[in-house]
Design a protein around this ligand. Structure first.
Ligand code: F6R
Length: 590
């Protein structure tokens, strides 16, 4: 979602801000803007569409000399993408950029209008600028503090004040860091934006206000100075490069064998490093999108092999439902970014009910990683492509190990050594699967002109179907749906037409025969079936066969094939693979 970068120092900020915005592109956006400040002169430049449009605009004009600026990529929430709605916004003496959503914007707007304020955009952001302006006399921190007491919702703000030459920042429920350089400091919504200049940063906590000069950062909360810990990121600059691949999505898929090996190593050496799930009478898995589908695999494995009661829900539902916590429950939150607004809210709900939480998370400094009681880091490294690939595989991997450990503790595992040996083989086997790109290209050629594509599977194969379908639709824009194979004939089968692609995932031997009947049902209605399986199918033209492995890990060999088919299909359709339209990497608003 929206991205923020700000700079104060000795240099001209234009290149630094534009470069930072480009590093935030992966979060998703539809317009961009920049504000440069030189004493009381403030120049705001905005443009819709890609950052190169903003860059071009700046190149063709003479911007004011400056050493202080803020910049923003906007993912529209209030008001359509337009220059008028793009940030930064200026009201009176205040110019600011904002990530998040102001929930009482309309109520505040009406009050401010009555007091004579004129608004220029449809955004909720301008309301915050107007409020800060209302309270600003001489002291920026005091004005921010007073204004935000009236604001409901989420925000990360970078703020400039006329009559003051420093940079100010504040956050609530939306991430923001302060980067620490030499005679220069930064603000950013994530470290990727400033990694080319510094690896040191401080994390702003809820309600903390940062007053930033080129050589000092003072953080206060409720008027009191807060001592902040300085963090160093291990993110390497190189991680931001495509490493010779055409797209980050492809690069990240190809990294799966290496990251899986690294993530599994400590647990395969000592399974006890994983939490003990047998202490709980019930497990809730809560997440969004692909992370939820990784959770579905975890649920199936825990139920099937570890005889464990598991409920699963999407976080946007869970947070508002009447959840009955009447048994000893663990809530598992799965999130790559650790900043997904709904997943954070679900975690906080569990904590309010004194229910223990376990986060399976990638970004170590994220809100979910910091607030959850227990955490398992999936160690995917930075994931830049909007569509998750390697992080999903690692989420599934951790869920599989948790299910296996739980089954072991309950005495339900018969061939203990076989499972662990197979886990060790996984990186090599994934690589084998990834190396067969021509097969995926061939399937992509068969499907890329289709308007609708279905995925079917049962039990764990249904969970992998969900991810296959999501990956395909989000990057190729082909309408796609996944169904439990047995459910299709209760309505959806009426949509099957001659030549319509239907992917069938068939790996679970216990239910295979049933899925075979469902494949026949769609075939006899003209569907072009593509079978993704762990055994060879006679008389089946389109099929992908992956090595057969313990059922705990089978999805980890199936899903990479679906990721690559989605990738190749999107490529044939000329889609913007790393930044699909309307999507954001980190969904920080609900
Ligand atoms: C799909 C995708 C999304 C995310 C979802 C949750 O490819 O990436 O569905 O899985 O938005 O995001 P995180 O894991 O950051 O909570």
């Amino acid at each position: 979602m929206c991205g923020i970068i700000g700079y104060i120092g000795e240099k001209n900020p234009v290149d630094i801000l534009i470069n930072g915005l480009k590093s935030l592109e992966y979060r998703g956006y539809d317009s961009a803007g920049i504000a440069l400040k030189n004493n009381d002169q403030i120049e705001v430049i905005k443009s819709i569409g890609k950052i190169v449009n903003l860059e071009e605009k700046i190149k063709n004009m003479e911007v004011i000399p400056s050493n202080l600026g803020i910049a923003h990529t906007r993912w529209a929430t209030h008001g359509k993408p337009s220059e008028k709605n793009a940030h930064p916004h200026t009201i009176g003496k205040i110019t600011l950029v904002h990530n998040g959503i102001i929930e009482n914007a309309e109520e505040l707007r009406e009050k401010l209008k009555k007091a004579g304020v004129t608004f220029n955009s449809e955004t909720d952001t301008e309301v915050v600028a107007a409020l800060i302006n209302k309270y600003y006399e001489k002291n920026p921190v005091e004005a921010i503090d007073k204004a935000l007491k009236e604001v409901k919702g989420s925000y990360a703000l970078g703020i400039l004040f006329q009559g003051d030459n420093d940079l100010y920042a504040v956050r609530k429920d939306s991430p923001l860091i302060v980067g620490l350089g030499k005679e220069e400091n930064f603000i950013a919504s994530d470290i990727a934006a400033i990694i080319d200049y510094t690896n040191k940063y401080i994390l702003l906590e809820e309600g903390e206000i940062a007053h930033i000069t080129k050589d000092k950062v003072e953080v206060t909360k409720d008027g009191k100075v807060v001592e902040k810990q300085v963090h160093e990121t291990d993110l390497e600059r190189a991680a931001k490069d495509k490493n010779g691949y055409d797209h980050y999505m492809l690069k990240e898929i190809m990294e799966e064998p290496v990251v899986l090996e690294k993530t599994f190593k400590p647990y395969l050496e000592q399974l006890d490093k994983l939490p003990d799930l047998t202490k709980y009478e019930e497990i809730h898995i809560v997440a969004c999108g692909s992370a939820m589908y990784a959770g579905m695999i975890g649920k199936t494995l825990l139920e099937e092999y570890a005889n464990t009661k598991v409920e699963i829900d999407v976080a946007s539902e869970y947070r508002y439902k009447n959840i009955i916590y009447d048994r000893k429950t663990l809530v598992i939150l799965i999130s790559q970014s650790g900043e997904t607004a709904d997943t954070i809210a679900a975690m906080r709900k569990a904590k309010e009910h004194n229910v223990e939480t376990l986060a399976i998370v990638n970004v170590k400094t994220s809100t979910i990683a910091r607030e959850s009681d227990e955490k398992i880091f999936i160690e995917a490294g930075p994931e830049i492509a909007v569509a998750t690939t390697k992080a999903y595989i690692l989420q599934v991997g951790i869920m599989a190990l948790l299910a296996y450990k739980t089954a072991l503790e309950k005495g339900l595992v018969k061939e203990e050594h076989k499972v662990l040996e197979e886990a060790e083989k996984l990186p090599r086997l994934i690589k084998e699967v990834l190396d067969r790109r021509e097969e995926y290209q061939k399937i992509a050629k068969e499907i890329y002109t289709s308007e609708d594509i279905f995925f079917i599977g049962r039990k764990i194969d249904y969970a992998t179907s969900m991810e296959g379908s999501l990956k395909l639709k989000e990057v190729s824009y082909i309408h796609s749906e996944a169904y439990q194979a047995g459910e299709l004939k209760h309505g959806t089968i009426s949509l099957i037409e001659d030549g319509m692609p239907v992917f069938a995932i068939v790996t679970d031997e216990t239910i295979k025969d049933k899925t075979v009947s469902n494949i026949e049902e769609v075939k006899s209605r003209g569907a072009k079936t593509i079978i993704i399986s762990n055994e060879t199918w006679q008389n089946q033209k389109l099929q992908v066969v992956v090595p057969k492995i313990s059922p705990y890990f089978q999805p980890i060999l199936i899903v990479p094939t679906l990721q690559l088919i989605a990738y190749e299909t999107a490529k044939l359709r000329g889609c913007d693979i790393d930044k699909p339209k309307n999507l954001a990497k980190s969904v920080t608003v609900e």
